[in-house]
Ligand binder design. Sequence first.
Ligand SMILES: NC(=O)c1ccc[n+]([C@@H]2O[C@H](COP(=O)([O-])OP(=O)(O)OC[C@H]3O[C@@H](n4cnc5c(N)ncnc54)[C@H](O)[C@@H]3O)[C@@H](O)[C@H]2O)c1
Length: 366
Amino acid sequence: MNKVRFGIIGVGGMGANHLISLKQGKHAVLTAVCDTNRECADRVAKENQVKAFYDANTMYESGEIDAVLIVTPHFSHTPLAIAAFERKIHVLSDKPVAAQKADALKMLTAQEKQPGMKFGVMYQLRTSALYKKVKQLIDNGVLGKVFRVNWSATHWFRTQKYYDSGTWRATWKGEGGGVLMNQCPHQLDLFQWLFGMPGTVRAFGSLGKYHKIEVEDDVTAYFTFPDGASAVFIATTGEYPGTDRVEIAADNGTLIIEDNKIRFNRSETSVSEYTSTSSGVPGLWKCEIPIAATAISATEVIDAFAESILDPTKEPMVSGREGMNSVELINAMQYSMLKDETVAFPMDAAVFEQLLKELIDKSSHK
Ligand SMILES: NC(=O)c1ccc[n+]([C@@H]2O[C@H](COP(=O)([O-])OP(=O)(O)OC[C@H]3O[C@@H](n4cnc5c(N)ncnc54)[C@H](O)[C@@H]3O)[C@@H](O)[C@H]2O)c1
């Protein structure tokens, strides 16, 4: 096998974009599409000269595919992935990998039962030159120890019309959450990639503060990390224009990521050392860190996933296990704000599952 044969499930929305990305891959080839909307499946299959399926299991059993890219609503990722693993089909799931940690754990168990099966998550922001550079600056020690992170994800403005455009939108039953679950997974994946998993979270927020919706549209969360660092993460769909801004205060100065630029206000000396030995404030160099102007690429994620199948020594860009971290961050924030409690990591998946079940039972989406 020199190319991995992919089927895509869900080609009516984002799946149509991923299809274009997949076709540009070096190690991937599209051989089938599947959508419960027959007209959509037939049209896309005809346009791409591949087989159409209307049911995932039939596609899995057709012998046409080695791997599946799942691009359907959140709750369906779990049963579709488990059924794929059972038939020895590799799984690349769109984000979020699942609507809750308990579901992600079930997917991982299904993968582990089939040795050699690869499991990845579509987090294409990982390919951004901007965040690769930030990761490099942290990992290479250029920033020194991170003290505090302020992450403002308030640029997600949505109108009531947007929420009314689908009965599943912004419902516990349809999506498993609001701004955290729908809009923020990419940022929360980057959060855990850059800073690791926190020790605790205390979140505050509102359900339907700006919209007639049953899920969160305004959240402020305070995280603590085992090494003493802290972070604030703010997200809303109610403010306009809002900001997409990250500030990292570290021992060698402050890094500000905004407008696709990285500014480094670099202290001439270690801030902690200066604090204990000197008076006044340290000297400062203000610089903009150059970044390569490459676009964000879903093709890179798909190709890396295909390569991990062709060469078992390689791993997907974001594994299913790592993809679970952003889901856990989301669930923990939701639990904390709804129960008025601090949540410790790792979060108890069963406790959140019970809360989500109660919310789903009362959900307006039937
Ligand atoms: N990676 C990204 O940047 C990105 C961007 C947008 C959406 N997404 C993710 O993509 C997924 C789908 O979102 P969307 O906005 O495209 O949804 P959508 O509702 O617009 O499209 C989903 C498609 O899947 C089909 N479908 C649903 N259930 C199915 C099933 N069981 N079997 C076969 N087909 C099925 C529907 O008919 C529809 O054509 C979600 O997980 C979402 O979070 C990712």
